[in-house]
Design a protein around this ligand. Structure first.
Ligand code: SAM
Ligand code: DTB
Ligand code: SF4
Length: 347
């Protein structure tokens, strides 16, 4: 019989072994969900879900070859490439998102990594969005240490940079960079004092062991990511992964539950792929420990559920939007990095 006590002592651990994670994946579904939900209640309001809205600030024509991505210049997906947006236009979209209830605004760019001159504009976007009283997040590809510092100095709260899958399977999915490059950027983000948002994609043809290995990498980082997006592959015609077999919904929920157990203080985000999920599956994901979503009718280039549908789902489940943390300090313009420094100085 499988043990259900592995996560019973409620400590936050960075020393998970791959074998322990595989054991969690092998648990009967109800035992796994019970453990995950129990931990979830320990650290979070089980009826609160954090809401982020995404905007693609630079679309398509990306030099990278990520096999899942409609924005790679190598695949013919019919996507219209767009250059970096103007600060005023980004600000208008952020205001709309805020008025619709989002507390975090995430700006995504189809770069391998940003050029320093692009960062001049992006820094202004970050300052403008923070001025609205929202948390800021950006996902711009690989960063140097100096670029990460510039973003932190501008007040960027979160940087999203996914490891996507296991180190082994990464080679099958992307050839223009390696897993180690991802880890290096994540380290620069940490060193600059920003919060880390890092997760992956399920449904790319990876095996169960790849899912376990991906979560093992995340859960054994020196500090767990504050935010862990779990995406279900959005299959876009023209990308090499179009036509992959669909994931068993219960297997997807297992990934959410295991992420919750391994990283009990992280927000686990039910990210891309929600248009393919029934309400019942999303409810199960929230029970298993997901407590963040992307809200708004678009992700970056693909569809996300209609806002009305999400409002109805929240109402049916008695879920409310999570309020900003009391220490968000947005009015004063204090970013994650500065808060980190303040905490260090007072401890
Ligand atoms: N270019 C930057 C990078 O790759 O880090 C930032 C933008 S990129 C679109 C951000 C993330 O979106 C990827 O790391 C991947 O996890 C996710 N993503 C992209 N296409 C996806 C798809 N078709 N389905 C699910 N997730 C996807
Ligand atoms: C993440 O993990 N998922 C988001 C966000 N981080 C940047 C992106 C999903 C993209 C889905 C495909 C698209 O819309 O282009
Ligand atoms: Fe470019 Fe990011 Fe898409 Fe890869 S995931 S092709 S780096 S936009």
């Amino acid at each position: 019989m499988h043990s259900v006590t592995a996560a019973a002592n409620f400590t936050v651990r960075q020393d998970w072994t791959l074998a322990e994670i595989q054991t969690l994946f092998a648990l009967p579904f109800n035992d796994l969900l019970y453990q995950a939900h129990r931990l979830h209640r320990r650290y979070f309001d089980p009826n609160a879900v954090q809401i982020s809205t995404l905007l693609s600030i630079k679309t398509g024509a990306c030099p990278e070859d990520c096999k899942y991505c409609p924005q790679s210049a190598r695949y013919h997906t019919g996507l219209k490439a767009e250059t970096l947006m103007r600060v005023e236009d980004v600000l208008a979209q952020a205001k709309l998102a805020r008025d619709n209830g989002a507390t975090r605004f995430c700006m995504g760019a189809a770069y391998r990594g940003p050029k320093d001159k692009d960062l001049d504009n992006i820094v202004n976007m970050i300052r403008a969005v923070r001025g609205l009283g929202m948390e800021t997040c950006a996902t711009l590809g690989m960063l140097t240490a100096a670029q990460a510092q510039r973003l932190a100095d501008a007040g960027l709260d979160y940087y999203n940079h996914n490891i996507d899958t296991s180190e082994d399977y990464y080679r099958e999915i992307i050839t223009t960079r390696c897993f180690q490059d991802r880890l290096e950027t994540l380290q620069h983000v940490r060193d600059a004092g920003m919060h880390v948002c890092c997760g992956g994609i399920i449904g790319m043809g990876e095996g169960l062991n790849d899912r376990a290995a991906m979560l093992h990498t995340l859960a054994t980082l020196p500090e767990h990511p504050e935010s862990v997006p779990i995406n279900q592959l959005v299959q876009v015609e023209g990308t090499p992964l179009h036509g992959r077999a669909a994931v068993d919904p219960f297997d997807f929920i297992r990934v959410i539950a295991v992420a919750r157990i391994l990283m009990p203080k992280a927000h686990v985000r039910l990210s891309a792929g929600r248009t393919q999920m029934h309400d019942e599956m999303q409810a199960l994901a929230f029970f298993a420990g997901a407590n963040s979503i992307f809200y708004g009718e678009k992700l970056l280039t693909t569809d996300n559920p209609e806002q009305d549908a999400d409002r109805r789902l929240f109402a049916r489940l008695g879920i409310h939007a999570e309020a900003l943390a009391a220490d968000a300090d947005l009015e004063e313009g204090v970013g994650a990095a500065e808060k980190h420094e303040q905490r260090r100085a007072t401890t």
